[in-house]
Design a protein around this ligand. Structure first.
Ligand code: TPW
Ligand code: MG
Length: 540
């Protein structure tokens, strides 16, 4: 077996189901082996940020490992932002990069794609991945690959594997399976005892679920835990979409001042907030109306559990949830709460379209035709998604990079085979919208809702006086045909409804609906979010 084949078999065994990539001369040799061995299918896209985003979205929706394969320098450095996003949001993406062979670095010439030194790329990736290896020794490679992939899954964060181009076909042993992490059963027991005791003594306990619950495949277990403990559940902002199909007393998504008053109140007034896999970041908690005292919460994240003034180390989330489930008895009465009614029944009239109309129209559509998974970009489209019924959602809710939506949608369809809905603003579409041109080759047919306000509107809301937030009119609808899809521009609510019905009825090509929205018209959630952030900034 060659070194590349050993790597590909290991990726597959660890849960990868396809490779997204763009080759280059440093990568051609290992790409040849990817293609000819057929161990994992290869999907090529157009620009490296999209490769990273698609791999990230694929693993967010399906679990396992995402794989993003690029060439050295120009390719890998082009993907830095996407991998940083995956790092911040805890998505296990394996970066494969070609690299110079051993002899090449000794030539005395600077190599093309080289930045400061031939090692610069490795150093840069050290900052945005949780483990790295360069496969420059075939005897050591199996152990190195095993270590790196195990770290990737255990920490649910990206890793970096560089394949020198003269190494790809070297004979290599199979990658060994590593034993799981040892867990101290007594420490786990003490931790579970204390959690249960704290929840028992609390008068208003609340369970908040975050992205790690999805990353470690624990949604059903978390729902079961909530039912057995009789706890009301909320998702974090980043965890939106979690428990969409689970049977759990789900109140909604916690968004502080930007969210529903009832949800905000329950979370902020809880005397025992159990944060299960929730990243404690500003988009999750920065907009709290009452500052949450983190010392009073129970936080299970990053393989540790913190409560009060102490931390239990080495408690993986899966082990914690499993032991909690073993310890708690049958289901308790469900908490009472008023279920939020997502907006429905958009009037199909001649009125101009506001973001809330889009959420309403999507709810109407899904009620008739079934739920679709959503990939959203950053911008008001993300906040608009908060008024769409609970359904699987991938979005850069914390790192907040633009350009995610379209490639992530392609990653969703590649990974699940399901037709996705893509929400994207005009500014973000300008970054990665061209990737839609790849749909035809792969038979993907996403429905793309492009919220066109001819503006970087979210920035404008923070700083209305700046003219640089004005964008031009690009004629996005017309671009669709040239990229192998179908496009339509809508300006009224009746046109929007018609276009959505037509899009759902047509399979086999992407459907781009360019939705014209007047500048200054925001979703209610973004409206509250901006007002809240401004208020908090004024106080600080
Ligand atoms: C890669 C900064 C955050 S929101 C925004 C910018 C430029 C405007 C988004 O415009 P769009 O959506 O897509 O038209 P909308 O609803 O606001 O009109 N570069 C990157 N990521 C981020 N987040 C920015 C810049 C930003
Ligand atoms: Mg815009």
């Amino acid at each position: 077996m060659s070194l590349t084949e050993a790597l590909l078999h290991a990726l597959k065994r660890h849960g990868a189901s396809q490779i997204f990539g763009i080759p280059g001369d440093f990568a051609l040799p290992y790409f040849r082996i990817i293609e000819e061995s057929g161990i994992l299918p290869l999907i090529t896209l157009s620009h490296e940020p999209a490769v990273g985003f698609a791999a990230d979205a694929a693993v967010r929706i399906n679990g396992g490992l995402g794989v993003a394969a690029v060439t050295y320098g120009a390719g890998a450095l082009n993907m830095v932002n996407a991998v940083a996003a995956a790092f911040a949001e805890k998505s296990p993406v394996v970066v494969l990069s070609g690299g110079p062979g051993r002899g090449e670095s000794a030539s005395g010439l600077l190599l093309h794609h080289q930045a400061k030194t031939l090692d610069s790329q490795f150093q840069i990736y050290r900052e945005i991945t949780c483990d790295q290896t360069r496969l420059d020794d075939a005897a050591r490679a199996p152990a190195d690959i095993a270590r790196v992939l195990a770290r990737c899954l255990r920490q649910s964060q990206p890793v970096y594997i560089e394949i020198p181009r003269d190494m790809v076909a070297q004979p290599c042993q199979e990658v060994p399976a590593l034993p799981g992490t040892p867990i101290d059963p007594q420490a786990l027991e003490a931790c579970v005892d204390e959690i249960l005791q704290r929840l028992e003594q609390a008068s208003d306990p609340v369970l908040m679920v975050g992205v790690e619950v999805r990353r470690f495949g624990l949604e059903q277990q978390a729902a079961e835990l909530a039912r057995r403990l009789g706890l009301p559940v909320v998702t974090s902002l980043m965890g939106r979409g979690l428990l969409a199909d689970a049977d759990a007393p789900l109140l909604g998504t916690y968004m502080g001042v930007a969210g529903l008053a009832d949800v905000t109140q329950r979370v902020e007034q809880s005397d025992s907030l159990f944060l299960l896999g929730v990243i404690v970041c500003d988009t999750n908690f920065g907009v709290s109306s009452t500052k949450i005292d983190m010392r009073k919460t129970i936080q299970a994240l990053d393989e540790q559990v913190t409560m009060g003034y102490h931390t239990y180390p080495q408690i993986p989330l899966a082990a914690l949830v499993a032991r909690l489930l073993e310890r708690v008895g049958p289901a308790r009465p469900a908490p009472t709460f008023e279920r939020y009614n997502f907006p429905r029944h958009m009037p199909a009239d001649k009125a101009p379209i506001a973001p809330l109309d889009i959420a309403t129209a999507v709810n109407d559509l899904m009620a008739v035709h079934g739920k679709m998974p959503i990939a959203s970009d950053m911008g008001d489209c993300f906040f608009t998604a908060m008024d769409i019924e609970n359904t699987a959602l991938v979005a850069p809710g914390y790192y907040a990079t633009m350009g995610f939506g379209v490639p992530a949608g392609l990653g969703l369809q590649a990974a699940t085979g399901q037709r996705p809905l893509i929400l994207v603003g005009d500014g973000a579409f300008q970054m990665t919208g061209m990737e839609l041109g790849n749909c035809k080759r792969y038979g993907w047919d996403p429905i793309v809702l492009l919220l066109n306000n001819e503006s970087w509107e979210m920035l404008r809301t923070f700083q209305p006086e700046s003219a640089f937030n004005d964008l031009g009119q690009w004629g996005y609808a017309e671009m669709a045909a040239g990229m192998g899809g179908h496009g339509v521009r809508v300006t009224t609510r009746s046109e929007l409804q018609q276009a959505l019905e037509q899009a759902v009825a047509t399979r086999g090509r992407f459907e781009l609906i360019e939705i014209c929205i007047p500048r200054g018209v925001l979703s209610p959630t973004l409206e509250r979010f901006v007002a809240g952030v401004k208020r908090l900034n004024a106080l600080s």
